[in-house]
Design a protein around this ligand. Sequence first.
Ligand SMILES: [Zn+2]
Length: 412
Amino acid sequence: MIEPFPGQVQGLRSQNRRAILAAIRRLGRTARVDIARETGISAPTVTSITADLVAQGLVEEVVDEESRAPGATRGRPRVLLRIRPDAFLVGGAKISEDHVTVTLMDFEGTESQHHVIEARLLDKTPLEVVAHLRRATEEALAETGRGLGDLSCLGVGLPGFVESGRGWVYWSPCFRARDVPFGALLEEAFPFPVFLDNDANLAALAEQWFGYGRGVADFIVVTIEQGVGMGIVLDHRLFRGTRGIGAEFGHVKVERDGALCRCGQRGCLEAYVADYALLREASMALDPGGPPIEPRAALDALFAAAKAGDRTALSIFDRAGRMFSLGLANLVNIFDPGLIIFSGEQMRYDFLYGARVLDQMRANAITVERPAPRIRVHKWGDRLWAMGAAALAIDGLTERVLRDIPPREAAG
Ligand SMILES: [Zn+2]
């Protein structure tokens, strides 16, 4: 550990608190000696800081059952530390265009409840969307006999251009208004801190905490459902950009003056591969004079037609796949990730990650002697995204609690 200058001591101590808490979260049940090894912080400092964290109720001691098992070495059973699950009850919510998903989690990250309400949000005002979110949250809590007063904080994921730190929504497909102080509306509607972020960022957090991204330093999550999103984790940290609108993979341009996108611009990737883009084409390919068909059913019908060899349907998916592979190749050339995770409902339609698309991606990406990024497909639905929102809330709450711990007189 680097020796601090006088005056840097308190800052260093709070930095160490963060590092130790993060290590316990990452390692699960763990001994102090392992925390010291993992973080590079001295054993006496680990002992002192973990005592603070236990006193604060964030961490608890548990007896290592293995050290008590028959045949284990005699002596006092080993004491391990873990995040105290019932320190806080945390909520995570994913707002989609036609439903709201809420998950409830303990502070250690174990999900206890999961609830979905149907709600067609497209033509609603931001305040009406907040009201739907509040109803979904209250219903999730009620199912376990609890109320809003039992919740410590809520993380919320919203599609669109969202600046997380400021709680600002430049644009979202979930409501018509632009430039909405959505975070402030959420804070007014709930009696606890609310943390807002772009939903694809939360998919990346969810993969990092609970999914394929665990322990991976650099990875990219590409989400495809109503729209196309991306979350970037670089050196174990979520990358958001300066204004929070980085990583908008769905709006990279794949064709000059191309198809019209929901964001108002033309030629965006999303305008070729997202649900609404395929539906726009499907309405021409499927029986145009027939009765109106529900969007999900129309997509399924289009997919079935392509599988059966229908040339028009095949051409729609083929074009979407080519556009997608072009976008992916650009990603690989910029970030050189070790892993790309495809996540979302749309993953039902395997044309987007079929061998052909991946071959085209590799053909357009820089090739070296080492292997191309690993590709994994994760067909989680909105539950994953809501869990990512809860992870965001746990992070935000942890930061607030650590900030409120009164600094000690002497640094350990
Ligand atoms: Zn766009």
